[in-house]
Design a binder for this molecule. Structure first.
Ligand SMILES: [Zn+2]
Length: 298
């Protein structure tokens, strides 16, 4: 009995040992990963490029417990994805897991390290009118309803990319108030500044920075007249404090289309444009997005 059991086993191993190396070389799929970013820090966008040794039919990627959408470029050997590092990320080394599958079923997997480094954001202390810090009781429900609505939008990625190429500056002016700045109003810490503010006079037209669909166009308590553009794949632009909204929910916009005018609506002290970018829910600096996706890239 013992001999009969051992013999077939040895036979299988021998066949496998002869046949496998040649087949393995044909089927082997390799992946090479690079990235482009201003830095690997909270609030930054990292553009990741995965290049496979031959075309693949699907790429799965994830980091921070969330899926990262990768899109094929050209012959499907090269794929790209955008990683957003949230302001409140756990500062340590994370890894982006990437797995590509070829049409014959061969797979290549890698863990691409994202060693996140602490970023020091400025803090400002201001004394302001009490209603800026503690909203009146009769608007609390409205504020909660509006926050729930925008959070739900940002948490719901559209499965296709609407954007192409680089992101345009929405107004000609310089960005003034930095992304991530902490404010302490009347001794109370506020949530960090989740966007970039651009210097611009009342009535300056605001350009869509890239293509997308308008998913919100209305007056919100804190942000005033707002427009949110869904650029696809979990990438959203949120413009606030407009004097006039020039688009409606459901409108498709192209880069450079006017979506409204700069104003001072909502809880602000003067006219400027506030632009928030959300990428896969992460709060990221719009200037970082403009830096990694330049015009003429695609
Ligand atoms: Zn702002």
């Amino acid at each position: 009995m013992r001999v009969l059991l051992i013999l077939p086993t040895a036979f299988v191993v021998l066949i496998g040992g002869q046949a496998w190396p040649a087949a393995s070389q044909d089927a082997e799929l390799r992946v090479d990963v690079t990235h482009r970013a201003r830095s690997i820090q909270p609030g930054e966008v990292v553009r990741v490029t995965a290049t496979f040794s031959r075309p693949v039919s699907a790429v799965r990627a994830a980091v921070f417990d969330r899926t990262v959408a990768f899109q094929p470029i050209g012959d499907r050997r090269t794929w790209e994805g955008l990683v957003g590092i949230d302001l409140d990320v756990d500062v340590r080394e994370h890894a982006l897991s990437i797995a590509g599958t070829a049409p014959d079923g061969a797979t290549a997997r890698t863990q691409y390290p994202l060693p996140i480094v602490t970023k020091a954001f400025a803090t400002r202390r201001l004394t302001v009118a009490p209603e800026y810090v503690t909203p009146p009781d009769d608007v609390v429900e409205r504020i909660q309803r509006e926050a729930a609505r925008t959070t739900k939008l940002f948490n719901t990625p559209t499965p296709v990319a609407h954007w192409r190429g680089g992101f345009l500056r929405p107004v000609p002016g310089e960005a003034t108030s930095a992304f991530g700045r902490r404010s302490v109003f009347n001794g109370q810490a506020r949530s960090p500044h989740s966007g970039a503010d651009f210097r611009a006079g009342e009535g300056t037209p605001v350009q869509a920075p890239n293509s997308g669909t308008v998913v919100l166009a209305e007056d919100l308590y804190f942000s005033g007249n707002c427009v949110i553009i869904d650029h696809g794949l979990g990438l959203y632009s949120f413009f606030a404090h407009l004097s006039r909204i020039g688009v409606a929910e459901g409108d498709r916009v192209d880069p450079g289309d006017t979506i409204g005018d700069v104003g001072a609506t909502g809880r602000v002290t003067g006219p400027h444009l506030h632009w928030t970018v959300r990428l896969n829910t992460a709060r990221v600096d719009p200037l970082s997005l403009m830096a990694v996706l330049s015009d003429g890239d695609r």
